[in-house]
Ligand binder design. Structure first.
Ligand code: NDP
Length: 314
């Protein structure tokens, strides 16, 4: 088994991870990044990003991540492909096992940037039709639903973005929204309401999915203002979940303090966790903002925190 050592191990490669990589590289910490299952993180599956400062006409998510990665590599970030499967945070230097037992990395400090993953409703049928019509990524799978009917579940910015993206491909897009209003920003709401291909089903929940092998439809229930519940079917071949995310903290359970929802607790405004020399940045420690730019901002702070920690603890 090969072993590497570093002053700073960065786990995860979203905007937080790459920004931490840029800062720690420039500070001479010779950081190592383990990039995780989906290099580039969630933005790899996004289309246009219009709110990352510096890109006047917007930028495609994958391009933004490529730019951040190239900038970090230019300053010396060593990127390992693979995932951290176990981590020992009981004694310093901390030891991370990468890809099973193929490699270990010993690190004086650790910056956790493992992000968050899409949530599913928890219906049995979701598993049954996953890859057969059920997806949590319109930009990845929308192509397969050209000229078909699809549904998007959720009423936030992600759901609106997915619905608008799908409206360019599909014949019809249902948005299944459990409340009587959208949570998304006004500008996204307006775009959705103005799109003739999108029908928003308010006060509606999904009861089940059906289809022989491939998905053919969903059983949905709409509650009318007088409290009457109306159960009916919609014919759809694609069912896209856009109901938020859960933090990727499984391997840190019992090792780093987490909140009730599983997000890593940090001593804000610093990025320090309850374990000395272990910091967390990006969505994994942020249930509230979850923006690329706020993740990048905390990645910067985590790098500065790690640098300071090394200065006073070596
Ligand atoms: P949000 O948490 O904002 O929205 C989740 C949506 O899913 C809500 O409408 C919520 O309903 C609904 N929902 C949650 N659980 C269920 C359930 N079990 N059944 C049915 N519906 C459910 O998540 P997003 O991923 O949309 O956005 C996360 C953050 O990222 C936000 O801050 C958002 O603004 C930002 N974002 C910004 C973008 C941009 O600016 N370009 C693009 C995408 C995201 P309810 O309202 O009833 O709770």
């Amino acid at each position: 088994m090969s072993e590497l050592t570093t002053k700073c191990l960065i786990i995860g490669s979203g905007p937080a991870g790459y920004t931490a990589g840029i800062y720690t590289s420039r500070a001479g910490l010779e950081p190592i990044m383990v990039e995780g299952e989906q290099p580039g993180g969630q933005l790899i599956t996004t289309t246009e990003v219009e709110n990352f400062p510096g890109y006047i006409d917007g930028v495609q998510g994958p391009q933004l991540m490529e730019d951040l990665r190239a900038q970090a590599v230019k300053y010396g970030l060593n990127i390992l492909s693979g995932i951290v499967t176990d981590i020992d945070l009981s004694t310093r230097p901390y030891t991370a096992t990468v890809n099973g037992s193929a490699m270990t990395v010993k690190a004086d400090t650790v910056i956790i940037c493992t992000g968050a993953s899409a949530r599913y409703l928890g219906l049995e049928d979701e598993d049954r039709y996953r890859g057969m019509g059920v997806s949590a990524c319109a930009t990845c799978d929308g192509f397969f639903f050209r000229n078909r009917n699809v549904a998007v579940v959720g009423g936030g910015d992600t759901a609106c973005e997915e619905a608008l993206y799908l409206a360019n491909l599909a014949s019809k897009v249902f948005m299944i929204v459990r409340k009587d209003h959208l949570r998304a920003s006004k500008v996204m709401q307006q775009r959705v309401f103005e799109n003739p291909k999108i029908t928003v089903l308010f006060n509606t929940v999904t009861k089940g999915l059906f289809g022989k092998e491939l998905l053919e439809g969903a059983h949905v229930e709409t509650t009318t203002p007088d409290g009457h519940a109306d159960l009916y079917d919609i014919e759809i071949e694609g069912f896209f979940l856009a109901i938020g995310h859960k933090p990727n903290t499984e391997i840190f359970q019992g090792k780093v303090e987490l909140d009730e929802a599983g997000y890593i607790k940090v001593a804000a405004p610093s990025t320090a966790t309850n374990v000395p020399g272990v910091f967390a940045a990006g969505d994994v420690a942020d249930p509230d903002y979850q923006q690329a730019i706020s993740a990048a901002g905390t990645g910067c702070r985590a790098a500065l925190d790690a640098e300071k920690f090394i200065m006073f603890n070596s």
